[in-house]
Design a protein around this ligand. Structure first.
Ligand SMILES: [Ca+2]
Length: 215
């Protein structure tokens, strides 16, 4: 029955008829819209998603449910590793649903995504004792290759020799050099390194430079 005014004829048991007016009110239909349907962000940045509805007591589901702090709320925050399109589904307490979508495009700043220190102090004081790759978004990156050489061109550290190196990520001291070489403390001085990192778009970038071992 559409919303509107209807004349209904009622009849009594005795056959008396009488018109009566019936008002059919419009159903309060669920409405959903996302506040911003497109984000263009740099890898590591956050996209604040927001779904607006015209009712209370509404459940939300964001899909795919990845890279979100919570896929079941109206206003989740996404920190995607790759470009993504989210679909949000809102369901009201009558079981009625509406959907809308948000697209997030990611661009990568390859040099700003990671940080390679230029010095370390392996004296076991808990401060800067290990030379390792730093990043503000380590789970997005993978260290593919990491070797350090002394002034005689001898390899003093090689990631490939470490267990689990296939899944090496920045920010993990295990995948770094503690300043020991063949069970001895390596001497202070300048060491060369080569590091290659795989980004979420499949790009593999190599970084080479020197690091100072300070005793
Ligand atoms: Ca130290």
């Amino acid at each position: 029955m559409s919303p509107g005014t209807y004349i209904v004829q009622a009849e009594s048991d005795e056959g008396c008829k009488e018109d009566t007016t019936v008002y059919v009110l419009p159903v309060n239909e669920l409405q959903l819209r996302v506040e911003q349907d497109y984000f263009d962000i740099i890898l590591g940045e956050y996209a604040p998603l927001s779904a607006k509805v015209n009712k209370t007591d509404v459940e939300f589901l964001w899909e795919p449910g990845i890279w979100l702090n919570d896929p079941l709320i109206a206003d989740p925050v996404s920190r995607p590793v790759q470009s993504v399109i989210y679909t949000v589904t809102a369901t009201d307490n009558n079981g009625c649903t509406k959907t809308d979508t948000v697209r997030i495009d990611i661009s990568i700043d390859y040099d700003a995504s990671l940080f390679i220190p230029n010095a370390f102090t392996p004296n076991n004081d808990g401060v800067n004792d290990v030379f390792y790759v730093r990043s503000n978004f380590p789970e997005a990156l993978r260290i593919d290759y990491f070797r350090i050489f002394d002034k005689y061109n001898e390899t003093v550290f090689d990631l490939a020799g470490l267990e689990g190196h296939e899944n090496a990520v920045p920010e993990d001291r295990f995948f770094g050099w503690d300043g020991d070489f063949r069970g001895e403390k390596a001497e202070a001085g300048s060491y060369r390194f080569t590091i290659s990192v795989i980004f979420p778009d499949g790009i593999n970038r190599t970084y080479a430079g020197t690091v100072q071992l300070i005793r």
